[in-house]
Design a protein around this ligand. Structure first.
Ligand code: ASP
Length: 595
């Protein structure tokens, strides 16, 4: 090794030892007779002093050294004088008095500071990702990711799980996104699809008798990018045989509890994880991925609204739609401008308007509100009771179809929670969402779509309804939500060929296409398939939440941009004509013209 210690390791007890350190120059100060260098490696920073008197050669060299040069320093560990310790540094009780310095590699001036946590334009960070990754905050995130995965591997290994790799060059998978295709040279005109998840393969491993499988699996989905999406991402893919959904949820709950409390050292605020029915989650939080770090629960007031003379409310309820609201403590003093800003937020989520009431004390009326006049005193009392309103509260109501009411109140809830500082990133709140409908109606295509994926089993007691009322069938699906994000989804699977074929038919999958795509699954199901189920927590999202970061690019070493590009290596890029020829691929003229 070119070093005897790392830069985060030396303490007062090491005083008097001669050590060799190696790393990057984090900061330097030239004070004439003394040069101070902060030397950094992955473990921390150690202060090095180079004295002109005692080490003239090293001192002359040190005066030329600049930030991010890679150097090796040999010297003696000296305890800093009392009162001169640096409590911000783990090694702050000592410094190293250099006797010799070797420059291992020089560095150009980096395009941004590595030693300051400054906001840097993301494109520049991506272009020089290897420099960005030197920054302590990024190192913290990647080490956290490693620690979480290491913990999980042991946790699952201890419980009889086997880690098995599955292929990346495969066939279309049923997650419902667009596939990434890879042309085959050996089979001209044919393509592999990159797996959107190892779904089929993990089910086939259950048919193969492995009973407990996991994989830290890379998945590929060609979707439009959003803050928490990447074209390739990592799932902790799991599958178990002879289980009910309770078994899968219990196992994951135990694992996540340890990860949050013991590995990430954060506060788990929901213990045990609440289990919400999908329908109730939508009613109470407007979303199937609620943030349970705070309340601001949605309250249904349709019956009260129906009796008012406010036509917007009354007509909407008469048409079979709801009126629902949330109570926001302390915001009764919001100005007109602030209220119309909230209305814009509700409108951005589809609402036509936002009704409000500010609850006041001692006035003629208990509320200040443009719609108060439409309420009889009795209805107003009922409304305030239903909302559990207190003086100082702001009540917000949306009247529309159920999905619009849910969507706009969800958006308002999230925005107001941020404003009221209710979203402490050090707090983690999980909840399970269960009892999803097995299908969603696809209006455009006029057919049923699976709400999870097409291998998800119906609740066994609902199977009879598959024929007459598929919309009423519940799926044996479970999602894990955390701080407003979906962090895992899974289900108990169909292990019976007849039911599987019925599902294919219901979602309008042509039997020939079903056989072509999934024939191997149907065939496997005829060779003794155990009941099985699984789940796949999204590793990137989970680490993002544990690291308190706003997007998953902060926890992935080499992510793509929102346009699915790698700015460092310049991917995607054009292929050599000879490569294309080998693959029997011709680029269409309109593409060639554009470029
Ligand atoms: N394959 C599923 C997904 O990627 C997860 C699962 O059902 O296990 O969402």
């Amino acid at each position: 090794m070119l070093k005897t210690h790392n830069c985060g390791e030396l303490r007062a007890e090491n005083a008097g030892q001669t050590v060799t350190l190696a790393g990057w120059v984090h900061r330097w100060r030239d004070q004439g007779g003394l040069v101070f260098l902060d030397l950094r490696d992955r473990w921390g920073v150690t202060q090095v002093t180079v004295n002109q008197q005692t080490a003239p050669e090293a001192h002359a060299l040190a005066r030329d050294i600049r930030s991010e040069w890679v150097i090796q320093v040999t010297g003696v560990v000296v305890k800093r004088p009392d009162g001169m310790e640096n409590s911000d540094l783990a090694s702050g009780a000592i410094e190293v008095h250099a006797s010799s310095i070797v420059v291992l590699n020089r560095a150009k001036t980096p395009p941004f500071y590595i030693n300051k946590d400054e906001k840097v334009e993301e494109a520049l960070r991506m272009r020089y990702r290897y420099l960005d990754l030197r920054r302590p905050s990024m190192q913290h995130n990647l080490v956290l990711r490693h620690n979480v995965l290491r913990y999980i591997r042991n946790y699952l290994g201890d419980r009889g799980f086997v880690e098995i790799e599955t292929p990346i060059l495969f066939k279309t998978t049923p997650e419902g996104a667009r596939d990434y295709l890879v042309p085959s040279r050996v089979h001209p005109g044919k393509f592999y699809a990159l797996p959107q998840s190892p779904q089929q393969l993990k089910q086939l491993l259950m048919v193969a008798g492995y009973e407990r499988y996991f994989q830290v699996a890379r998945c590929f989905r060609d979707e439009d990018q959003r803050g928490d999406r990447q074209p390739e991402f990592t799932q902790l893919d799991m599958e178990m045989s002879f289980v009910t959904r309770e078994d899968v949820m219990d196992l994951v709950e135990g694992m996540m509890t340890h990860v949050v409390e013991d590995v990430a050292g954060l506060e788990l605020v929901t213990k045990p994880f609440p289990r919400l029915k999908h329908h109730d989650a939508l009613l109470r939080y407007g979303t199937d991925k609620p943030d349970l770090r705070y309340g601001l629960e949605i309250v249904d007031v349709s019956d009260i609204a129906a009796g008012t003379s406010f036509r917007v409310f009354a007509d909407n309820v008469a048409a079979g739609n709801p009126v629902r609201g949330i109570r926001v403590p302390g915001l009764a003093s919001y100005s007109r401008r602030e209220l119309s800003e909230l209305e814009e937020i509700a409108k951005s989520a589809g609402a036509k308007g936002l009704a409000w009431m500010a609850v006041e004390e001692g006035g003629e009326s208990p509320v200040r509100s443009p719609i108060a006049k439409f309420f009889t005193p009795e209805l107003l009392v009922m409304l305030l009771e239903r909302m559990q309103a207190q003086p100082g509260d702001l009540l917000l109501f949306v009247s529309d179809t159920a999905p619009v009411v849910a969507g706009s109140l969800d958006t308002l809830r999230r925005t107001l929670a941020e404003r009221l500082n209710l979203t402490d990133p050090k707090k983690i709140a999980f909840c399970w969402i269960i009892d999803f409908p097995l299908f969603e109606w696809n209006e455009d295509e006029q057919r049923w779509d699976p709400s999870h994926h097409l291998f998800t089993a119906p609740m066994w007691e609902d199977v009879a309804m598959l024929d007459g009322e598929p919309g009423k069938v519940r799926g044996q699906q479970y999602d894990l939500a955390c701080n407003g994000y979906e962090v895992a989804g899974g289900s108990i699977r169909i292990h019976d060929r007849q039911i599987q074929e019925k599902i294919f038919k219901l979602i309008g999958l042509d039997p020939d296409i079903a056989r072509e795509r999934f024939g191997h699954m149907l065939e496997a199901f005829e060779y003794g398939t155990p009941p099985h189920g699984g789940i796949a927590p999204g590793v990137d999202r989970l680490i993002m939440l544990l690291a308190g970061e706003p997007n998953i690019r902060e926890v992935i070493a080499f992510p793509k941009t929102q346009q699915a590009a790698d700015l460092m290596a310049g991917a995607p890029s054009e292929a050599e004509p000879a490569q294309l020829e080998e693959l029997h691929i011709r680029i269409a003229d309109d593409v060639t013209e554009k470029s």
